[in-house]
Design a protein around this ligand. Structure first.
Ligand code: UDP
Length: 324
């Protein structure tokens, strides 16, 4: 089996690449290194390139004899997407269209696509399943939902097989401690908490404590990156016997507020996390928690990391000694 991993040098992509290599899959990474890290892909073949420069992509796909593509390339910050919508639609939608066209020309008919809980917009249920309406409220979520629609059309028109995996909050790091989350600037909660604990970053800002949640801070569903990688491997298998375009929600089904996360991280780091209450961040819904019953049923997916302390522990191992 040979797989092209677009965006394989990023946070989630690099954990996927490690898993593929462990499984003996011939793995080629394609990444523009705009936010990814060359060091994170280990022994996989690496091609530096951009989905928006399609001739390079076409050549790679037409010569590569790939069985499937996994597509992690995206701009993924909600607030930034509100400020820079064109950049989000161009990168996430036009970039994906280039990939799909190049795949079609090369006769590659299977895709696993990184989607997001942001396709749902304001949640209307405590547990969000796949039947929940998709009404994104920011350009990031809208760009991902547009791609899901394109994949549905591509299945009908061209027989493309695809699985869109809607991650809730990706978290943690490889237990080996040598790959992990590293963004600049860092905007995510767990890295910011742990960097504040370490003294590598200023006091954590808690974005809003007047949400409609028990303690007023936002509730999210944190799922370990290696569990996400496992779902992708299962999605590859799933496509061998299922045609059409499919979507699955991936989370642990348990919600933690920002204050609960601060408490859990303080216990893992064995020191309090310094924090202050700050204004709300644009585009944050009160609560996003997944029902992953469909993924469990149809992919046989079962997250291994179900305790929030264990997830944070892997991130802490990385943040004490980040390699990049
Ligand atoms: N958050 C926070 N301070 C930070 C980063 C995040 O209070 O420095 C909050 C954010 O408002 C959200 C939750 O933590 O409610 C998770 O945010 P993150 O950016 O990690 O993921 P997102 O939910 O945006 O995918």
């Amino acid at each position: 089996m040979k797989v092209l991993v677009c965006g394989g040098a990023g946070y989630i992509g690099s954990h996927m690449v490690r898993r593929l290599i462990q499984d003996g899959v011939d793995t080629v990474v394609f990444d523009n290194l705009s936010t990814g890290h060359r060091e994170s892909v280990g022994g996989a073949s690496f091609v530096q390139g951009d989905l928006l420069a399609s001739s390079q992509l076409r050549e790679l796909l037409s010569q590569g004899r790939f069985d499937a593509v996994m597509h992690f390339c995206a701009r993924s910050l909600v607030g930034e997407s509100v400020q820079q919508p064109y950049a989000y639609y161009e990168n996430n939608v036009v970039g994906t269209l280039n990939l799909l066209q190049a795949m079609r020309e090369a006769g590659v008919g299977k895709l696993v696509f990184s989607s997001t809980a942001a396709v749902f917009g304001q949640p209307e249920a405590d547990l969000i399943d796949e039947a929940h309406p998709t009404r994104p409220i920011n350009p990031y979520g809208a760009s991902k939902r547009m791609v899901e629609t394109i994949l549905e059309d591509a299945a009908r028109a061209h027989g493309l097989r695809s699985v869109a995996l809607r991650y809730f909050n990706a978290a943690g790091a490889s237990p080996e401690g040598d790959i992990g989350e590293s963004h600049s600037p860092e905007t995510h909660l767990i890295p910011n908490m742990l960097r504040a604990a370490n003294g590598d970053a200023p006091t954590l800002k808690v974005f809003g404590n007047d949400y409609a949640t028990p303690d007023g801070t936002c509730v999210r569903d944190y799922v370990h990156v290696d569990d996400l990688a496992d779902a992708h491997s299962r999605a590859l298998d799933f496509m061998t016997s299922n045609d059409g375009a499919h979507a699955f929600n991936l989370g642990n089904g348990a919600g933690f507020s920002v204050m609960q996360m601060i408490d859990a991280a303080g216990q893992v780091a064995k020191r309090p996390i310094p924090f202050e209450i700050a204004p709300r961040r644009q585009g944050d819904p009160d609560r996003l928690v997944a029902s992953s019953a469909k993924a469990r049923r149809e992919l046989g997916w079962q997250p291994r990391y179900t305790e929030i302390a264990d997830i944070i522990e892997t991130a802490w191992r990385w943040h004490r000694n980040p390699r990049y």
